[in-house]
Write a protein that binds this ligand. Structure first.
Ligand SMILES: Cc1ncc(COP(=O)(O)O)c(C=O)c1O
Length: 481
């Protein structure tokens, strides 16, 4: 090879090297940009950028398209992009959980145990005292607890008239249920709860941490102290608290500690299913699960089987890996944003909405003055307009997603609406819009005051249009809200 050829080749090699270095440099730079974007702290100010589908247009009845306003977060929350990303990332190492020997199997198994720890930290649960059982959702968790903890039809469960059906029917179907009433504004009557504890041999008190109808936050630690004083344990339905306020299993004194807590991941921006029961290991070890099968046993011979302890005993079959991964990431993000900030934000949205609704002459349920014990849930009616038709109109005319009806909390909603128990059953078999109900707005971390303003602008127009529609096509039944 001649010198010139060598020089030329050296030159070309250097050039290629430089180009490659450039490309690598650029890639590294753009990766860094992406990483820093992903790594920036999640805050209330930037969280809208991470809500999947936030700008996805929806079609209105006039054929135009608009960006939807999602005020239905108490039913379910949209997905957070980092939650989706985490699931996608961790699926690369997905393998059988808790049953196989391979790199991917042990990776997935480790992920599931890490998230268990994260869940326990999330609700400030002492790991020596509590375990975390993965469930499908709150309904599943409460049914699992009811099935395990109720040992006799004569067991007495004390709950309240504020509950979601998922914290009422699982008990009704298995044992004796007694209820503490709510007051005229819809808050739980603690005096009555204590009286019922005094006068009945209550085994478990099961209460919601926050109402899905009025947003009231229950003082569950106060109830825990009462329950323990009278020899009962406390179960808390956490479905409506986990995305709104910090929750602690530990009270200020050991008497105030919570015994069991249940919640769903889909109400905290992780739509892959799943949720958890956090419960006392010492109690759970002595009970039996609702379902039997793989994963629940220690050893099985031809005619004998020995069950393992919690959590395994209560987790039959293969777990929901994406649900568990998503839950873990959602916990990280909510904690990073901070529950103090979330609470403050929701209070501001609640105040603005309630004042606006009152100014428009709406009937707003619950306490509209002191809203400090309410998460971002507001229910209302225009007392002259059918609420089912109105909710439909809000969506078709303005792209606003609300929920209408009695929100799987019939006894509570009937009380707030003033529908007597004698008349309730006359609605059996009735479909919307002929059933009584209310409209619910429920906020998420990404909702804004501008959205509330837009909603308050759309509402009177929607009411007017429903009135016009009804004048043309009246309902063939007495008009209900
Ligand atoms: C207070 C309360 N409890 C329980 C549930 C049931 O939750 P899931 O549908 O996730 O089982 C809900 C759902 O809206 C709720 O609001």
């Amino acid at each position: 090879m001649t010198n010139t050829k060598i020089i030329k080749r050296k030159h070309t090699t250097r050039l290629i090297g430089l180009i490659c270095a450039g490309i690598i440099g650029l890639t590294a730079a753009s990766q860094a940009a992406q990483t820093s974007k992903a790594a920036q702290p999640y805050t209330l100010d930037n969280i809208r950028n991470y809500i999947v589908g936030i700008d996805e247009p929806v079609e209105l009845e006039d054929g135009t398209k608009t960006t939807a306003i999602n005020f239905d977060n108490a039913a379910t929350t949209p997905a957070l992009q980092p939650v989706v990303d985490e699931v996608t990332e961790k699926l690369k190492m997905y393998g059988a959980i808790g049953r196989s020997v391979s790199q991917k199997a042990s990776y997935s198994t480790d992920v599931c145990s890490e998230v268990r720890g994260k869940v326990l930290d999330f609700v400030n649960a002492d790991k020596d005292k509590y375990t975390c059982i993965y469930v499908n959702n709150t309904t599943d968790g409460l049914n699992k607890l009811a099935s395990a903890l109720v040992t006799d039809k004569s067991d007495i469960i004390l709950t309240t008239r504020m509950e979601h059906h998922s914290n009422d029917l699982p008990w009704r179907e298995r044992c004796q249920v007694i209820y503490a009433e709510v007051d005229e504004l819809g808050r739980v009557r603690y005096d009555e709860l204590e009286e019922k504890l005094k006068t009945n041999k209550v085994k478990y008190v099961s209460v919601t941490a926050a109402s899905n109808v009025t947003g009231y936050v229950t003082d569950v630690h106060r109830i825990a102290a009462m329950a323990h004083q009278y020899g009962a344990m406390i179960i808390v339905d956490g479905a409506q608290i986990v995305a709104h306020r910090a929750f602690s299993m530990a009270g200020e004194t050991p008497e105030e500690d919570i015994d069991f807590f249940v919640f769903s991941a889909h109400k905290m921006y992780s739509p892959f299913g799943g949720g958890a029961v956090v419960g006392r290991t010492d109690v759970l070890k002595d009970h039996m699960p609702q379902m039997y099968g793989g994963g629940t046993i220690d050893i099985v011979s031809d005619y004998k089987q020995v069950y393992t302890t919690a959590p395994g005993k209560y987790e039959p079959g293969s777990p929901n890996y994406p649900g568990i991964v998503g839950l873990g990431k959602a916990i990280d993000i909510l904690r990073e944003i901070g529950f103090d900030k979330i609470q403050e934000h929701e209070q501001a949205l609640n105040r603005k909405l309630i004042d606006g609704l009152l100014d428009l002459g709406m009937k707003v349920y619950g306490d509209t003055q002191d809203i400090s014990d309410r998460v971002g849930v507001v229910t209302f009616n225009d007392e002259h307009t059918n609420s089912a038709l109105l909710a439909g109109k809000l969506s078709r005319m303005g792209g606003v997603a609300t929920r209408r009806g009695a929100f799987c909390s019939h006894p509570y909603v009937w009380r707030l609406l003033g529908v007597s128990d004698d008349t309730v059953m006359t609605y059996e078999g009735c479909a919307e819009p002929k059933t009584p109900g209310m409209i619910r707005v429920s906020f998420g971390i990404y909702n804004t005051e501008e959205e509330v303003d837009r909603f308050l602008e759309i509402l009177p127009k929607a009411i007017e249009e429903v009135k016009q529609d009804l004048a043309k096509n009246p309902l063939d039944a007495p008009e209900e809200y």
